[in-house]
Write a protein that binds this ligand. Sequence first.
Ligand SMILES: C[S@@+](CC[C@H](N)C(=O)[O-])C[C@H]1O[C@@H](n2cnc3c(N)ncnc32)[C@H](O)[C@@H]1O
Length: 235
Amino acid sequence: MPTSVRDEELLHRVCREVAPYTMVPQAPLLFTLESALQSIEVGLKGSIVECGTWKGGCSFGMLLAQRYKHGKIIKPVWMFDSFQGLPPAGERDGPSAKAYQRDVDSPYYYDNCTAALGDVLTAIKHFRFSEEECRVVPGWFSDTLPRRTTALEREGIALLRVDADWYDPVRFVLDTLLPHTTADARVILDDYYFWEGCARATHDFLASSDQAYRLRTIGEFAGAWFEKKASELIC
Ligand SMILES: C[S@@+](CC[C@H](N)C(=O)[O-])C[C@H]1O[C@@H](n2cnc3c(N)ncnc32)[C@H](O)[C@@H]1O
């Protein structure tokens, strides 16, 4: 974790710059940025992956933090999103998820969390990220993730940010991508305390795993995370 005043200033600057592109509050956003820098500092192999990017603010932040800290981008960021919003909530997502999708006039509806792909590509140009640095993969995870697993397996995933709200996408991402995360990689579960489906998917995934991963809390219940600790790996 960064401790220097310079790093703190740098990360707060990044938060300000990406604020128009993210709905993630400051504490979990800072944790995300710190995790990206930490993955470089401890020398983890692999890229960074965000599943559920919306307008891209967290992904952009993880790239900007690298640029400001190291003068260049060391770890590319894969951005996976439908750019068509959330799929319909299911039974395992609970009544609050269904109520959210019915309440289309709510200020928090955000058009069912829909970001326009064109706007995201414009923002990428604004930040001057190359296609190699910022890899946008539009489409439903069930279509896009299996097609990228060969590349992700080859590169490895040093940090996986899961921000897809409902049970099915969160479970699909964990099942599909956890095998490609490198030892000591962090997995951030943005919606663990907010949406029932994310919590259920996390618990079901962990129960199905033969590893004793320990869940940890970000700030005051602003999200959860776990680490793929090398000592817990069975070779
Ligand atoms: C809460 S938003 C993500 C917020 C974002 N990380 C930020 O920084 O503000 C959830 C995103 O997950 C995406 N999503 C959910 N399920 C998906 C699926 N099965 N396939 C692709 N994208 C999905 C939605 O399109 C939406 O953009």
